[in-house]
Design a protein around this ligand. Structure first.
Ligand code: CP
Length: 311
């Protein structure tokens, strides 16, 4: 794997390899081991043109745990503020010999634009509405850890599907791993051609409760839409499409709940959901760190070394 730009690139075999190694990494981290020499001499640049808590900090921790040099650049404190373009920013950074550039950008396709201008491996850490492949990896890994397999599982993604790179990435990987994927949300937040995503559209929250082994809740992507045009009010959205105490009771006993974060309490979910024993939301974050340690090692051709070190 030279770059990781889309969930399309992740085969079930690659996922299996990443999952197995991430499980060993997670065990090592839980045992308190926090320093590995796998990426000594390597350099990781985190270049974020959009806000992030989980993705950015976990890539930073991943690089540091693996002994890489890590440079964090956010646009608010970079020369992008002075008008420097994406390509010029990347060409300058490439002269500092990074091995991996982790790029988040509001424009769909930005990592593909970046690729010809750098020698480093690029990880797409989210490009507009398009893709967030490491989120798909960590979501699939969280579900595999819980269920043992995604084969035959019915997973429903609820919320702002049209504007969500998580929905797009998850749907691709979940289906590759044998799951059946459904979506539910306001019709104004549905993709125009859901069949092109290979998903089925559910008509009510009762359907979601009846069908789902797992429910992935999404945040409304207010930064990507004019909220007034897509739903009447936050209160109505919460009533119609949010997961709350009553709906939680209607879910099947074995159903689990995921959310990529950041979540908005009182909108797509209530406090009851956050504290429910059905939620895997914080487990996702822990898995995300391990998965990103594996991805960085893989892109630096050091996967075997990581496997050796975490034994
Ligand atoms: N899930 C996710 O991408 O979260 P952040 O925006 O905080 O990185």
């Amino acid at each position: 794997m030279e770059h990781l730009l889309s969930a399309e690139e992740i085969t079930p075999e690659v996922f299996g390899e990443i999952y197995q190694t991430a499980q060993s990494v997670k065990k090592a981290l839980r045992e308190g081991r926090k320093k590995f020499s796998v990426l000594r001499g390597k350099c990781v640049v985190n270049l974020f043109f959009e806000p992030s808590t989980r993705t950015r900090s976990s890539f930073e921790k991943a690089g540091k745990f693996l002994s890489a040099d890590v440079i964090n650049i956010s646009t608010s404190t970079s020369s992008v503020k002075k008008g420097e373009s994406l390509v010029d920013t990347l060409k300058n950074l490439d002269m500092m010999h990074p091995d991996v550039i982790v790029l988040r950008h509001p424009c769909e396709g930005a990592p593909y634009t970046a690729k010809p201008f750098v020698r480093a491996a690029i990880v797409n850490a989210g490009d507009g509405r398009h893709q967030h492949p490491t989120q798909a990896l960590l979501d699939a890994a969280t579900l595999k850890e819980h269920f043992g397999t995604l084969e035959g599982k019915r997973i429903t993604i609820v919320g702002d599907i049209a504007n969500s790179r998580v929905a797009r990435s998850d749907a691709i990987l979940f289906k590759k791993l044998g799951a059946e994927v459904f979506v539910y949300g306001p019709s104004t937040m549905m993709p125009r051609y859901p069949e092109a995503m290979g998903v089925k559209v559910l008509k009510s929250f009762d359907d979601v409760c009846d069908v789902s082994d797992a429910v992935v809740l999404l945040r409304i992507q207010l930064e990507r839409l004019n909220a007034k045009k897509t739903f009447p009010s936050i209160r109505e959205y919460a009533e119609l499409f949010g997961l709350n105490r009553e709906r939680l009771k209607k879910l099947r006993p074995e159903t689990v709940i995921l959310h990529p974060g950041p979540f908005n309490r009182g909108v797509e979910l209530t406090n009851d959901v956050v504290v429910s024993d059905k939620t895997l939301i914080f487990r996702q974050v822990e898995t995300g760190l391990a998965v990103r340690m594996v991805v960085l090692s893989l892109l630096c051709n050091r996967l075997e070394r990581l496997k050796e070190e975490v034994k």
